[in-house]
Design a protein around this ligand. Structure first.
Ligand SMILES: [Zn+2]
Length: 402
C-alpha cells in the first residue's frame, strides 16, 4: 500500500471499504470493475467540492480499448505513445487525467540534465554531464525511484515553453542560463497533449522529434544545452476540429477511436458515477481505492516482468504477415504491435508473446496506418513506369540482356 498517494489513504474519509476482488490479470480487473455498480454512498449531500481528486480510472464505464491502450503505454513506453481520436465528451481527457491513480515507480535522474547510469552503460562516460560522470566514478547514485508523473501541455504553449529558452532572471545577474522546457520536465513521465491537431507545426515537430530521439538540444546565442526527454506521449484530438498531418499520425504508436457509449444501461451507469463524483468525490475515490491499489500493483509487476518477455520468430512472422497483407509501409506498425504485445503478455504474467496477444493489440497498432496517398502514389507511379518502358522500347529498342 506504500504507493498510494495521500488522497487515497483510508484515513482521509471514513466509509465502507470495498473488499479486494481477487482477479488475476489487469484486463480482468478492468472488466470486473467497469461492470460493477457504484457502492452505497450515504446521503448525497454537497461535500464542498473544490479539491482536485481525479475521477478513478477504473470507474470509467466501458471504453475497454482506450483503457487497455493507456495501460499498455504505462507498462511499456516503447509502444511509442497513444493517440485518442473521438468527439468531444467521449471521456478522452478524463481517462488520461485519471491515470494519476495508476502511475508506477520509475528511476528519476537527480540531475538537471536528466543523466542516468543507463546513459553511461549505453553511451560511455561522455554521455552524461561532468558532474554526473564524477558521481558515477565515486559510486554515487544518479537516480532515485519516484512515481511517474502526468505532465500536461497547456493549450497555448509556445515553442519557447516547450523546448525551454533563456532564463531571464538569471540573465539579470549577467549570467546567461537556459530554462528547462516542458519536454525536459516530461522526461521519464507521461506527456499529455490535448487537441494535438490544433497545435502549431513547430510545436508539434519539436514534441515529436524529442519523443523519437529521447533527447533534444536547445541553442540560444552562445549557450546550448542538451536535455533528456524520454516520455510517453499521449495525444487526443477531435477529428471534427481539424486533420492531423499524416506524418504526425504515423508517429503515434497506438491509435484508439473513442466513441460515446452505445448501450443505455452503460450511459445510465456513467451518468450515476459522474453525478456521485461531482457531489462526493472523496467517497467515489474511496469506493475504488482497493481496486486502484490492486491495478497499480499489477502495472508495477508487469513493468518488472517486461524485460523477460520474448517474442518468438513464429509469432513475429504472423505479425509481419498481417502488416504485409494490409499493405502498411511504416516500420512503426510492427514495432508498436510487437511492443504492445509484449506489454500485454507481461500484464498477463507470461514471459512469451502468444498469437492471442497480437489479436488484442493489432487493431490499436495498425489502424489508420494505411495511407491512401501512398497507395495512390504507387499506383500512379506504376502507370508512369510502364509508360516510360513503352516509350524507351519504341526509341531505344529492346532492353539489353542482363
Ligand atoms: Zn548530469
Amino acid at each position: 500500500m506504500t504507493n498510494i498517494p495521500p488522497a487515497f489513504s483510508p484515513e482521509t474519509q471514513p466509509g465502507p471499504v470495498p473488499q479486494p476482488v481477487g482477479v488475476r490479470s489487469l484486463r480482468e480487473l478492468i472488466e470486473h470493475v467497469a461492470g460493477r455498480g457504484l457502492g452505497p454512498l450515504g446521503d448525497l449531500g454537497d461535500a464542498g467540492v473544490a479539491e482536485a481528486l481525479p475521477f478513478p480510472f477504473l470507474a470509467i464505464v466501458g471504453q475497454l480499448e482506450m483503457k487497455l491502450a493507456l495501460l499498455l503505454a504505462l507498462v511499456n513506453p516503447a509502444v511509442g505513445g497513444v493517440l485518442l481520436i473521438g468527439p468531444r465528451g467521449a471521456g478522452k481527457t478524463t481517462a488520461v487525467r485519471s491515470l494519476v491513480d495508476l502511475l508506477p515507480q520509475s528511476p528519476r535522474s537527480l540531475c538537471y540534465y536528466g543523466c542516468t547510469a543507463e546513459d553511461i552503460e549505453t553511451g560511455g562516460i561522455d554521455a552524461v554531464c561532468p558532474d554526473c560522470a564524477r558521481k558515477y566514478a565515486q559510486g554515487e547514485p544518479l537516480t532515485r525511484s519516484d512515481r511517474v508523473r502526468l505532465v500536461e501541455l497547456p493549450l497555448n504553449a509556445r515553442l519557447e515553453d516547450v523546448v525551454g529558452g533563456l532564463d531571464e532572471r538569471a540573465a539579470v545577474h549577467e549570467r546567461i542560463r537556459l530554462r528547462r522546457g516542458i519536454l525536459a520536465q516530461a522526461d521519464r513521465n507521461l506527456l499529455y497533449v490535448d487537441e494535438v491537431n490544433l497545435l502549431t507545426d513547430e510545436v508539434v515537430d519539436a514534441i515529436l522529434d524529442a519523443a523519437a530521439q529521447g533527447i533534444y538540444t536547445v541553442r540560444r546565442g552562445p549557450v546550448s544545452a542538451t536535455y533528456r526527454a524520454r516520455f510517453v506521449l499521449i495525444g487526443s484530438m477531435n477529428p471534427e476540429e481539424g486533420k492531423l498531418r499524416p506524418q504526425i499520425m504515423d508517429r503515434f504508436g497506438l491509435r484508439v477511436i473513442v466513441r460515446g457509449l452505445a448501450s443505455p444501461q452503460d450511459r445510465l451507469e456513467a451518468y450515476r458515477r459522474v453525478q456521485a463524483y461531482l457531489t462526493q468525490p472523496r467517497q467515489v475515490v474511496l469506493d475504488y481505492n482497493l481496486d486502484s491499489a490492486q491495478a497499480l500493483a499489477d502495472i508495477q509487476a508487469a513493468r518488472d516482468q517486461l524485460p523477460k518477455v520474448i517474442l518468438s520468430n513464429p509469432v513475429a512472422d504472423l505479425g509481419l504477415a498481417l502488416v504485409q497483407q494490409l499493405k502498411i509501409d511504416s516500420l512503426r506498425a510492427e514495432i508498436t504491435m510487437f511492443e504492445a504485445a509484449r506489454a500485454y503478455a507481461a500484464i498477463d504474467g507470461r514471459d512469451e508473446v502468444i498469437p492471442t496477444d497480437l489479436w488484442e493489440v493489432a487493431p490499436m497498432a495498425l489502424r489508420l496506418r494505411r495511407s491512401t496517398f501512398m497507395a495512390d502514389f504507387f499506383t500512379q507511379q506504376g502507370v508512369e513506369e510502364a509508360e516510360l518502358a513503352t516509350i524507351m522500347n519504341q526509341f531505344l529498342g529492346k532492353p539489353p540482356e542482363k
